[in-house]
Design a protein around this ligand. Structure first.
Ligand code: F6R
Length: 361
């Protein structure tokens, strides 16, 4: 049931904050993270591998950064379809985390089986209960987003990030890599982040107007540094699959190493600026692009506004700590992909050639 919404995709984008609260529900008590059912010794883990496909992979990229920053554990991440067929140098103390909305994706299952065969424990971050991955994994963290009908994943991406943030904090707590005060600060910001997501959703009319303006664009580049880069990847994927606009994501510093040659007045560049320590560098990359004549939209954190004053199309998002910014920056990108699809008349909830769970390798 779509309720008052025209499509499931927009309904599910707006369900993001509630989904986040459901992921948090029961997992924080007295300023402690609780994960019942993680039945392997988290304290003895030496290294983490992450595998997933598409949007789940993009969530994993953010998760890797958070886990490395908060726990000092080494994390490797692969596309599941690549991980399954490369030589992995397993060692005692390794853990594989697979991320999947459906729990049925063939490539991700192949990654899971590979670890099981090597005797490596697998933790699965899943949305659908009772799925194949749920049966094979040693432990499951459910994202609790509720059913996701639209083929393009939106609310579940938010909850995958939340599950990974919680896991990062849990590992930090159990391994003692953060002080109690630090941990409390992190926990406080994670329990109020849904309000920032709500605020970002209020940008709907602005994003709709901008999408209307750029509806005929055929090429879009999404740029970001640090935590903004995986979000740029997710924004590009969302735009491609829903509106069929060709889109690429680049690390903001990488474009000048070749791809900048593609830029002209017909290209739309969407820059993400949510990382305090990297904002100046990203903006200098975006300035460079603007001077090559490309059209630009800047998605900028409130406190970093001074960097994008000279830009006409700026979407101001609420302030967040850098590590949590992906939960907020992705919202205007999801809305942008949605409205581009609507304006271009595609089948928003059922894009061509796609299915909700890809069960072939
Ligand atoms: C994009 C999308 C896909 C899936 C990918 C993995 O919007 O939905 O990229 O994220 O096919 O699917 P799951 O998470 O079910 O393993």
């Amino acid at each position: 049931d779509k309720g008052d919404f025209e499509h499931f995709m927009i309904k599910e984008i707006f369900a993001g904050p509630k989904a986040l609260r459901q992921t948090l529900n029961g997992r924080i008590k007295d300023n402690k993270i609780i994960f019942s059912g993680l039945n392997f010794e988290i304290k003895n883990i030496n290294k983490i591998f992450i595998a997933g496909c598409g949007t789940a992979y993009h969530a994993g990229l953010v998760g890797r950064k958070a886990i490395e920053e908060l726990t000092g554990l080494q994390v490797e991440i692969d596309l599941a379809s690549e991980f399954a067929y490369r030589r992995v140098l397993w060692q005692a103390g390794d853990l594989l985390i697979v991320i999947s909305q459906s729990g049925e994706t063939a490539d991700t299952l192949a990654a899971l089986y590979k670890a099981k065969q090597a005797g490596i424990p697998v933790l699965a971050i899943l949305n659908v209960p009772g799925s194949t991955m749920a049966r094979w994994a040693d432990a499951v963290i459910y994202t609790q987003a509720g059913p996701e009908i639209s083929i393009a994943s939106t609310k579940v991406y938010l909850t995958q990030l939340m599950a990974l943030y919680l896991l990062a904090l849990y590992l930090a707590q159990e391994r003692g890599t953060l002080s109690e005060a630090e941990l409390n600060t992190y926990i406080k910001s994670i329990t109020t982040i849904d309000q920032k997501v709500e605020k970002a959703l209020a940008l709907q009319p602005t994003v709709k107007e901008i999408a209307g303006y750029y509806r005929d664009t055929d090429n879009a580049f999404f740029l970001g540094r640090g935590y903004d880069y995986p979000v740029a990847m997710e924004g590009a994927l969302k735009l491609k699959e829903t509106s069929y606009v060709h889109a690429e994501a680049y690390a903001a510093g990488e474009l000048k190493h070749g791809s900048i040659a593609l830029l002209n007045g017909d290209v739309l560049v969407i820059g993400l600026v949510s990382q305090d320590a990297l904002a100046e560098k990203t903006m200098s990359n975006i300035d460079e692009i603007k001077s090559r004549g490309a059209q630009t939209i800047v998605i900028c954190k409130e406190s970093l506004q001074k960097y994008c004053q000279e830009y006409e199309k700026v979407i101001i998002i609420p302030d967040t700590e850098p590590w949590l910014a992906p939960l907020v920056t992705v919202v205007p990108l999801q809305l942008f992909a949605y409205y581009m699809a609507v304006f271009r008349g595609t089948e928003v909830d059922n894009p061509r050639h796609l299915t909700k769970a890809v069960t072939v390798e």
